[in-house]
Design a protein around this ligand. Structure first.
Ligand code: ATP
Length: 337
């Protein structure tokens, strides 16, 4: 098998002793779509900045196609990747000049510019936008021009930091389709960050979950920040004023609490079982994915659990939006970190 397009080993980045990103190993295969998900402050942007060589790690190594990145080759490798920031900034001039700004820096022959710009704009479905004045574009169009500017440089890896955060739903879908098209047509490796787990599942081949600067296994559905406490000799994690879940842990104080969606059982009646956690809730979202169905169930103000069940169970239970259901899981299913 070929070397991964990107590989990191024992990567760390520290900010004034306050935040510490620690990634022992991570690989990105050429042509893949990767989503980095995690709560606020997890280190998603930091990881993206390191991978795109915009920032240097405190320690550790990054390899691009097997070649170790060093201060001698980082500039030439940086030219093979492009990063689009969360709020991309366009120059106060035409779309054409914005897109050619990168070509100019890389000394691309001027004669080629019109063709490169036309192709890049076609790729982001903005054909004919060359003469438009950038500050007058909508946020969705701004995002797509930034994408065209990056694509004009034909990057092998495209990094996108929260590309969907400031655009409306229609533009989100459009951008998702564009990203898939770019990936398929040019085999561009794509790495993006998002808070939206559904979107990550929709778009990415691989999901990287970050919490507190560490990669954690599995997706981050049902991830909460909770306060661990002991009541009558048993341990609980308080998720909100109204919801406390029984857990098994030696830790105390604040912690991340995560319940795998597959470990949640849904039932119409309260279950008499050894499982210590059972809550009555209301179905708020339903999402079909092949033979599995994901449901989001609200059990109290601000506390929602995602459950994954088979399509057959879903049909047998006859659930729909606003149905009532019980959510049950064992204390041992609750991960604490
Ligand atoms: P969000 O989803 O809110 O954008 P994130 O997962 O992208 O968050 P980062 O932006 O990578 O998280 O930040 C991780 C932590 O590092 C945060 O606590 C942040 O305040 C801190 N941090 C980021 N950049 C710097 C910096 N240049 N100097 C000091 N601290 C920083």
């Amino acid at each position: 098998m070929d070397d991964p397009i990107l590989r990191v080993r024992n990567l760390s980045k520290q900010y004034d002793g306050i935040f510490n990103l620690e990634i022992p190993r991570l690989e990105f295969q050429s042509g893949g779509i990767y989503a980095i998900i995690g709560p606020n402050g997890a280190g998603k942007t930091t990881l993206l900045n390191l991978l795109s060589l915009l920032e240097s790690p405190t320690s550790g190594e990054i390899f691009f196609k097997g070649q170790r990145v060093s201060r001698f080759n980082s500039l030439s490798i940086r030219r093979k990747v492009s990063m689009i920031m969360e709020n991309p900034w366009l120059f106060h001039t035409t779309v054409f000049k914005n897109i050619t700004s990168g070509l100019k820096c890389r000394s691309v022959n001027k004669k080629k510019w019109p063709e490169v710009v036309t192709t890049a704009l076609q790729m982001v479905s903005l054909t004919g936008f060359e003469k438009r004045y950038a500050p007058e574009l909508s946020s969705g169009e701004t995002q797509r021009v930034a994408l065209a500017r990056a694509l004009a440089l034909e990057p092998e890896v495209l990094f996108l930091d929260e590309p969907f955060s400031n655009i409306d739903k229609i533009n989100v879908r459009l951008l998702e389709k564009l990203i898939q098209r770019i990936n398929r047509k040019h085999q561009t490796t794509i790495v993006f960050t998002t808070h939206d787990q559904w979107q990550a599942h929709r778009l990415a081949d691989t999901i990287i979950s970050l919490v507190g600067g560490r990669i954690v296994n599995g997706s981050l559905e049902n991830l909460f920040k909770g306060m661990l406490e002991e009541v009558d000799g048993s341990q609980f994690a308080r998720l909100s004023a109204d919801v406390s879940v029984s857990v098994v842990t030696d830790k105390m104080g604040e912690a991340h609490v995560c319940i795998p969606p597959q470990d949640i059982i849904l039932s119409h009646e309260h279950m008499e079982s050894s499982a210590r956690n059972s809550f009555k809730g209301i179905v708020r979202k339903i999402h079909m994915e092949g033979q599995v169905v994901k449901l989001v169930i609200e059990v109290a103000a601000g506390v929602e659990f995602t459950a994954i069940i088979t399509k057959t169970s879903y049909e047998n239970m006859n659930l729909s939006i606003d149905s009532q259901t019980y959510v049950t899981f064992k204390s041992t299913s609750v991960n604490i970190f």
